[in-house]
Design a binder for this molecule. Structure first.
Ligand SMILES: CC(C)(COP(=O)(O)OP(=O)(O)OC[C@H]1O[C@@H](n2cnc3c(N)ncnc32)[C@H](O)[C@@H]1OP(=O)(O)O)[C@@H](O)C(=O)NCCC(=O)NCCS
Length: 187
């Protein structure tokens, strides 16, 4: 369990699949979370996708349910995906979705990213963490920048939805940047 003040991140359980199925069929949420508003996924496919996570068999994909700490209510999901193509565990991407809308813009995302970064840098000893989103996802970009990520590039016209192409933005944070900005974040 990765425990903060307002939220805790815990492993996926089989009982969470119903919620993930609901969330991952939500058009507005999947537009923001995956640049994919028409994302549809069956329960069978959700079970297949997260089978390894539920069994604790995935090294590279660290998936977490975000829960409100005080109530234990699941409010979203997130995780760290360690790059495998590098053949070294030096870099990964993080992502998150506060799926329950009522819980957004209350500082929970900030805390979730803080917990994911602590895990990525201080436990997994990654050197670099990346963050991908599409160019109009203002909430995602605001949160990444707030946490010290720097924009490193734009992949032009890389995703298509809502009848047009959108740029993807990749931001990155190095362990050194993270260590340097730690005192700032804890103020
Ligand atoms: C993006 C998301 C994770 C942010 O989490 P959150 O709990 O709402 O964010 P916080 O309350 O911690 O706010 C973080 C900062 O981002 C800013 N922010 C949040 N949502 C914003 C929005 N829609 N537009 C502009 N800025 C926004 C806040 O003002 C805050 O900055 P501040 O502390 O300087 O005021 C959340 O809105 C979400 O899950 N959205 C849907 C899925 C998604 O986009 N996931 C990211 C995919 S890469």
């Amino acid at each position: 369990m990765l425990t903060g003040t307002l939220v805790a991140l815990r492993a996926f359980e089989r009982d969470d699949m119903k919620l993930l199925h609901e969330w991952q069929n939500d058009e507005e949420l999947m537009r923001l979370a995956r640049s994919f508003p028409d994302h549809t996924i069956s329960m069978e496919a959700v079970l297949a996708r997260y089978d390894k996570a539920v069994k604790g068999e995935s090294f590279a994909d660290r998936d977490y349910i975000i829960q409100e700490k005080s109530s234990g209510k699941p409010i979203g999901w997130g995780g760290i995906s360690i790059h495998q193509w590098t053949r070294r565990a030096t870099a990964g991407d993080i992502g998150l979705a506060i799926a329950e809308k009522a819980y957004r813009a209350k500082g929970l995302g900030t805390e979730v990213v803080g917990l994911l970064l602590r895990e990525a840098f201080e436990q997994l000893n990654l050197h670099r963490v990346g963050w991908w989103t599409y160019a109009e996802n203002e909430g995602s970009l605001a949160l990444a920048r707030k946490m010290g990520f720097r924009e490193e590039g734009r992949v032009r016209d890389s995703v298509f939805f809502d009848n047009r192409y959108h740029d993807s933005v990749v931001l990155g944070l190095l362990k050194d940047d993270y260590e340097r900005s730690k005192p700032e974040r804890s103020r």
